[in-house]
Design a protein around this ligand. Structure first.
Ligand SMILES: Cc1cc2nc3c(=O)[nH]c(=O)nc-3n(C[C@H](O)[C@H](O)[C@H](O)COP(=O)(O)O)c2cc1C
Length: 390
């Protein structure tokens, strides 16, 4: 089976599972603790239903939108994900090129396996660099300067990851960074010879933005995060980083109304409402439930990007109707990358954009900004609650 036989994100998930060693697949796919939030991020979209308008001329449907100072051709972009080299040897550059071709933002992670400069050179399309507040403040400042020099359009500060979520699957599979062929991993790696061949023959796995002497060797994800992240980070640090970057700035990992208001106060351009794809605090509310209360509280003072659990065009429509300006996702494009490199990412982006276009026609809207609260109700038919939320 090849990527042309994949007709939705789930088909790509199955193909990625076939192509990747178990430890690598589950590092990407898994969530924290009991994976309650991981599952509900997607299933909770079913708690909402779309309400179409009839007899609208939908002969011209425009999928474009504008967020983070970027005119995007589609109402979604590709979220930052670390360690891309694990999934395909063409790494971040392949994903950035696919995003540029689609006219959407590519989010590059601090933990990427290509450097800021490599991605900057590989793609002239819109790019956002994702940063953490690290223990090493000089390194944090250096990242901001490098992202500016490499012409990134936006900066995003991830605020939900100073402590790594408890990903028990990684403990079981023994996946460490950099991934090494050891007794515990050899069976899994050898069972996927195509992946192993490319892994061995292509440039080594490195977290290219970080000097190797700043990293300990053979750490698991939790140890790596503990080694680098500043757990004492507060809103004052977020403001310092915001002020270092004079362009569009997003805070990623917001879930509460109070925090959304704080993001407005420090002058953020956007909040990314996200549970980190269910990889951090398990038991956190499904992302989609947080959109309407936050929009209601912040009005139009800040852009809202909905991230976590999106697998269908109809999920994007529901998020927009609940108040998001755009959406983002990671696993869907990683499935595409693992299944077919850059062409796989492009096919995933194309499939989701075709779903959005078809669904917008069925919903009776021609512009993404015309999708509003009147197009969505609770699945039981009742209106979305206007109650006060935390
Ligand atoms: C393998 C993997 C690595 C990730 N690495 C990062 C990262 O380095 N920085 C970050 O802010 N988010 C990271 N994320 C979270 C994504 O940016 C995004 O918030 C999340 O995956 C969205 O959920 P989805 O995968 O269901 O779309 C990662 C996600 C995955 C699956």
């Amino acid at each position: 089976m090849g990527i042309s036989n994949c007709h939705n994100v789930e088909d790509f998930r199955k193909l990625a599972k076939k192509r990747l060693p178990d430890g690598i697949f589950w590092y990407m796919e898994g969530g924290s603790d009991d994976e309650v939030t991981l599952r509900s991020n997607t299933t909770a979209f079913d708690d909402y239903a779309l309400v179409p308008d009839a007899l609208v001329d939908v002969s011209n449907i425009d999928l474009s939108t504008r967020v983070l100072g970027v005119d995007m051709a589609l109402p979604f972009y590709l979220s930052p994900s670390g360690g891309t080299r694990l999934f395909h040897h063409h790494k971040e550059a392949a994903v950035a090129r696919a995003a540029a071709k689609a006219g959407i933002i590519y989010g590059q992670s601090t933990m990427s396996t290509s450097s800021i400069e490599e991605v900057g050179a590989a793609s002239s399309g819109p790019k956002m660099f994702q940063i953490y507040s690290l223990k090493d403040k000089e390194l944090t400042r250096d990242f901001v300067a490098r992202a500016k020099a490499a012409n990134f359009d936006a900066l995003c500060l991830t605020v939900d990851s100073s402590i790594s979520g408890n990903r028990e699957r990684d403990l079981r599979t023994g996946l460490n960074f950099p991934p090494k062929i050891r007794l515990s991993t050899i069976a899994g790696f050898a069972s996927k010879p195509r992946w192993l061949w490319n892994f061995m023959l292509n440039p080594e796995f490195t977290l290219s933005n970080i000097q190797s002497d700043a990293l300990g060797d053979g750490m698991n994800v939790f140890e790596l995060a503990h080694h680098l992240m500043d757990v004492s980070v507060t809103w004052d640090d977020a403001k310092i980083i915001r002020d270092l970057w004079d362009g569009p700035f997003a805070i990623k990992g917001i879930q509460s109304v109070a925090d959304a208001k704080r993001a407005v106060d420090i002058g953020a351009t956007a909040i990314i409402v996200s549970t980190h794809g269910g990889r951090q605090l398990d038991g956190a509310s499904a992302m989609v439930h947080r959109i309407a209360p936050i929009r209601q509280a912040v009005g139009n003072k800040i852009e809202i990007i909905a991230d976590s659990g999106i697998r269908r065009g109809s999920h994007v429509l529901k998020a927009l109707a609940l108040g998001a300006d755009a959406c983002s996702f990671a696993r869907p494009y990683i499935y595409g990358l693992a299944a077919g490199g850059e062409a796989g990412v492009t096919r995933v982006v194309d499939l989701i954009s075709a779903e959005i276009e078809r669904d917008m026609g069925l919903l009776g809207v021609t512009k993404t900004t015309d999708i509003t609260g009147r197009h969505v109700v609770r699945a039981d038919g009742l209106p979305i609650s206007q109650d006060a939320h935390p």
